[in-house]
Write a protein that binds this ligand. Structure first.
Ligand SMILES: [Zn+2]
Length: 115
């Protein structure tokens, strides 16, 4: 009897471990996919910014020094001169589905829950 119970418990634990392993692998694969998509978006944005900056310089809209000054000016507006610019408004996180929504949203655009 004791051996049967122990065997059952062991099988149950193995099942839990297998399920956890499967779930972890799934989350890891999703995270790797998300990172790949973000890298692609960053490369696209870099191309857009570089193209816009290049055409503006070619057309004499601004010089490299003026561009650098403006970049620092925009950078410091969030309180830190750190080479980054934070959005002025943080997105709202839905209390129900935990997805992000516009800062002005009254209800979630994903699940329609009240925010
Ligand atoms: Zn929601």
């Amino acid at each position: 009897m004791l051996w049967e119970v122990m065997g059952l418990a062991t099988r149950r634990e193995r099942g839990k471990v297998a399920a956890l392993e499967k779930s972890t692998n799934w989350k890891l694969e999703n995270a790797q996919e998300d990172i790949g998509e973000l890298q692609h978006e960053i490369e696209q944005l870099r191309l857009i910014v570089k193209s816009l900056a290049s055409i503006c310089q070619q057309k004499g809209v601004f010089t490299e020094a003026e561009y650098q000054d403006m970049q620092d000016f925009v950078d410091i507006q969030d309180g830190l001169l750190d080479g980054k610019s934070k959005p002025e408004y943080e997105p709202l996180t839905c209390p129900k589905c935990k997805r992000q929504n516009n800062h002005m949203a009254k209800s979630c655009m994903w699940c329609e829950a009240e925010i």
